[in-house]
Ligand binder design. Structure first.
Ligand code: ADP
Ligand code: G6P
Length: 471
């Protein structure tokens, strides 16, 4: 097998094997932060990406994309149920997001999770050159770092957690907490979105495994040194800026604005349809503003874009039903002929359409109850060179650490959310300009290349330190 010096392992490939079986290969920008953002850096790097193409059954071979080789992994029906929908998305996902939906502990899922992790680790171990680097991504593959270390002790192993990593009290609920922790600590560098997460893993390693904290962001465990740290993820800022500056995208934005029927203000939300995104709290706040007459359909409209996600998982199906019921109720109660309260678009859009949508908004409303980073907030800031619009942002999104000039809000506090929406809608142009300029300045120097470089440089440094120690 052809080997690469860099192997990325992530549950999802950025290429949909349902669209590209016979060479008609096209990047599918998966409506999720990880695949889209990593694609932006990896299509310029000689590397191999081990991941799942989205279907059920044997994986179809996929062509290389530029210098990036795809190594597709199939998932059987049982694996899809027990590993992807089960342990990853019904146990870990809700628990890691503050248990905003109750995590399900089904003892039958664990063995499947472990077996799939082993298969991914095996594939990565075969694909990496001697002395190369394997970079493992996210909560689906927590056991992979340790498994690769057993198979290939010569390689450098990085792990990056895209989602929040919970405080010890929550993590301790996991029946398989020791295995999960050991799995992650198989890496040389364990990276997170926020500094608190790095602190959480150190505390857990000490408490559960008797590890020692030997320095700032450094753990000693079973004779090895493991580094931890925060590396806030970002987007391809240049791509979004270039898209937003395109004439056709600007024309499309003007068209959308006029199709919305001349409301004075457009509020926009763009989310994967997930209970962590706080869509229901947002709808409650908006509906109360309409009820109290503080917002009128005559001059304000909310556009809610929601791309379907994990549709076979019951909590996601029920969420969709509840949201659609609520949107229907609000439109029925407050809308008028020709004046809709909420435009609800449950469709995937291409990048140009998203850029045009971002340009139609006066207020972008990003209010997850808990979110690892939230790249939509970053895309919006990149898209708005005009500096004339507002970003309302949840304190519980990783992006809040960097965008301190957004209108920050606690989305659990519906009254606070209503006040913040009103403040953002009524803000003075000079205030909006100051806030947007500060956010963009930060974003431009902290794009996806900066993220990958910071992480890989830190990983490389751990390798050199380890090599020196071995000598
Ligand atoms: P998450 O990773 O939890 O889905 P993020 O906000 O970090 O959340 O990333 C979402 C990504 O999905 C963004 O890049 C965004 O542009 C994209 N996206 C969201 N909604 C849609 C949609 N309707 N169509 C296409 N892409 C979408
Ligand atoms: C989040 C996760 C990613 C995941 C994405 C989309 O961003 O951190 O790992 O790929 O959501 O979810 P999906 O289940 O469709 O891959």
């Amino acid at each position: 097998m052809r080997q690469s010096s860099l192997v990325v392992v992530a549950n999802r490939l950025p290429l949909d094997d349902n669209i590209a079986p016979d060479g008609a290969c096209e990047w599918r920008r998966s409506p999720g932060g990880l695949a889209g953002a990593l694609h932006a850096i990896l299509d310029k790097t000689p590397a191999t990406w081990v991941g799942w193409g989205g279907g059920i059954g044997t994986a179809k071979p996929l062509p290389d994309i530029g210098s990036l080789r795809m190594l597709p992994m199939g998932l059987s029906e049982d694996e899809h149920n027990g590993y992807y929908e089960g342990f990853a998305n019904s146990t870990l996902w809700p628990l890691y997001h503050d248990a905003v939906s109750p995590p399900v502990f089904d003892r039958g899922w664990w063995e499947t999770y472990r077996a799939v992790n082993r298969r991914f680790a095996q594939a990565a171990a075969e694909a990496v050159e001697p002395g190369g680097t394997v970079w493992v991504q996210d909560y689906h593959l927590t056991l992979v770092p340790q498994l690769i270390r057993e198979l290939r002790p010569d390689v450098l192993i990085g792990f990056f957690m895209h989602v929040p990593f919970p405080p010890p009290e929550l993590f301790m609920q996991l029946p398989r907490r020791l295995d999960l922790l050991r799995g992650m600590l198989g890496a040389d560098l364990v990276g997170f979105q926020r500094p608190q997460a790095a602190h959480n893993i150190s505390q857990l390693a000490v408490k559960l495994l008797g590890a020692q904290v030997t320095g700032d962001e450094e753990i000693s465990f079973e004779g090895r040194t493991i580094r931890t740290g925060a590396f806030p993820m970002s987007i391809d800022v240049a791509e979004m800026q270039a898209l937003s500056a395109r004439r056709d995208v600007r024309d499309r934005a003007a068209q959308l604005r006029s199709d919305l029927g001349k409301p004075r203000r457009v509020l926009l939300s763009v989310d994967r349809l997930d209970y962590i995104k706080g869509i229901e709290h947002r709808l409650t706040a908006y509906s109360e503003l309409l009820r109290d007459g503080l917002v009128k359909v005559r001059d304000t409209v909310l556009v809610q874009v929601a791309v379907p996600s994990r549709e076979r998982v019951e909590s996601y199906r029920k969420l969709r039903d509840r949201i659609e019921g609520e949107v229907g109720r609000i439109n029925g109660e407050y809308g008028r002929v020709g004046e809709t309260a909420i435009h609800y678009l449950i469709q995937p859009f291409d990048r140009a359409e998203l850029a045009a949508l971002y340009q139609t908004a006066d207020v972008m409303v990003v209010t997850p109850l808990r979110d690892g980073m939230n790249l939509v907030a970053k895309e919006y800031v990149a898209a708005r060179a005009d500096n004339s619009s507002a970003l309302v942002l949840s304190e519980f999104a990783g992006a809040a650490d960097e965008f301190t000039d957004a209108f920050l809000v606690n989305p659990h506090d519906v009254d606070g959310l209503k006040d913040t929406l009103l403040r953002a809608m009524e803000a003075e142009p000079a205030d909006l300009e100051r806030r947007m300029t500060a956010m963009r300045e930060h974003l431009v120097s902290h794009d996806i290349d900066f993220w990958a470089r910071s992480y890989l440089t830190a990983l490389d440094r751990t390798g050199r330190v380890a090599a020196r120690l071995r000598r």
